[in-house]
Design a protein around this ligand. Sequence first.
Ligand code: ZN
Length: 214
Amino acid sequence: MDSLGTSAGCKQELRPPPCPACGVVGWWNGWVLVAQMVVDAAGVAERLVEVPRHRARCKVPDCPYGSWTIYEAGGYPHRAFTLAVATAAIAELTLDAEATLTSVARHWDCDRRTVARWRTWVAGIAAPAALAKLCSHLDPDGLPAPEPEGVATPGLVLLLLECLARLLRVHGVPLEAGPGLGALLRHQFERFRVVSWLTRGSPALLVVGGMAVG
Ligand SMILES: [Zn+2]
């Protein structure tokens, strides 16, 4: 067994989750081993080289999905660095006055251009005002403490996503554990199959907990 509590090739459940299109329970359809940079229990970057990622297959013959990938906890489509790493890196860059692109890149074992892309991407996920409105709607007293002076937009977005995820969990929305950004985008992916691309101009956060953002 590895640190994820699974072993490659060993199915965690007898049957996969239902097909996202039909809701029919089908079959497992193999797996691949992927490399992932994650945040470990001590909050440090850790490169995992053999994370098993399973695929499932629908048993409805003309299903539009056919087969699809089941992402492990913390996993997300088309990311070798988990969203938890991107969150930690951008929090460091925007909330630590001493941090620079170079220092953050070194800390998270990536290129400084990657950190710069994360910064742009996080700022575009949702407008801070829209996120604040959602938080207030969920709980009139639910907004985070007044933001520190001079926090850049990406840092503000992260703080508000954290707040939003906390409030949604209180309201019973099943978000996975971990930072708000990753939990919300993963939820959006599982519900609507919307992927927030890093390099193609990301679709913003659209709907959370049944409420439109913005
Ligand atoms: Zn199906």
